[in-house]
Write a protein that binds this ligand. Structure first.
Ligand code: SF4
Length: 243
């Protein structure tokens, strides 16, 4: 579907879609979660996420860590994926495409065609999130340039290098310390969390670009590049150049 395709969805606040999901978070998602909860980005990472800030945490009974009863406890700052639901967004060759996701078991949500995809996106406040992700996507070129300058591909076979770094970036535990990944999700920890959203993002992007340019460990850079790509909705291949 595209933005003009017929689509509507009425949420009846049953909370069923807030269970048993894998929801990828972007740096902006973490910032918004923190602001909605009135806590720092570092605290939001600990309270609501796993995998270094990049995935929303679901508890032992399958409920999202932010769910309060059947309601979202961070509704104002709910992540992009929650705003889009039950739509998914895909990027291919710079084109966006929307798909309808299967409804959660027992969900009281009602699908329809009383409007267009675009009306739904507007009502959910999606534009700010896509705009923020586009800002973070600009760092992928900075990463590529720095990785090309630091990786010794005469010594390390490129595919093996990227296989290792994708595995490292996407590991849910046992991963190595990576200050770039930490800084990516913890805008406040980089000293950039104080202003409005646009100001915070601009300062955060500048700080991250500075950190990337100052880093000389290619594996660490590559793992952070993969993490960034995945967190803003691209495949690891977009960061690695290897599919
Ligand atoms: S963040 Fe809110 S809307 Fe998203 S899964 Fe958790 S409780 Fe549901």
């Amino acid at each position: 579907m595209n933005r003009k395709s017929p689509f509507s969805y009425v949420c009846n606040a049953c909370g069923r879609c807030c269970h048993d999901k894998v929801i990828t978070l972007s740096p902006y998602d973490v910032l918004r979660l923190a602001r909605a909860a009135g806590i720092t980005t570092r605290e939001a990472i600990a309270r609501y996420t796993i995998r270094r800030g990049s995935i929303l945490k679901f508890t032992g009974d399958g409920a999202c860590a932010a769910l309060k009863g059947a309601r979202c406890g961070v509704h104002r700052g709910r992540p992009l994926a929650c705003r889009l639901y039950p739509l998914g967004i895909e990027h291919a060759e710079d084109q966006e495409r929307f798909v309808t996701l299967e409804s959660a078991a027992g969900s009281l949500g009602v699908y329809g065609d009383d409007g267009a995809v675009n009306d739904f996106l507007d009502a959910q406040g999606v534009a700010k999130y896509l705009e923020a992700n586009a800002g973070y996507a600009s760092l992928m070129a900075v990463f590529r340039e720095r990785i090309a300058a630091t990786a010794d591909f005469d010594r390390v076979e490129p595919r093996e290098f990227w296989r290792r770094t994708v595995r490292e970036a996407l590991a849910e535990s046992g991963y190595d310390a990576n200050p770039l990944i930490d800084a990516m999700f913890d805008a406040g920890g980089t000293g950039c969390g104080g202003g409005g959203d646009a100001e915070t993002i601009a300062a955060h992007l500048e700080r991250l670009a500075e950190m990337i340019r100052g880093e000389s460990n290619a594996e660490l850079l590559a793992a952070a590049a993969v993490m960034l790509a995945v967190s803003i909705g691209y495949s690891p291949g977009e960061a690695t150049g290897y599919q």
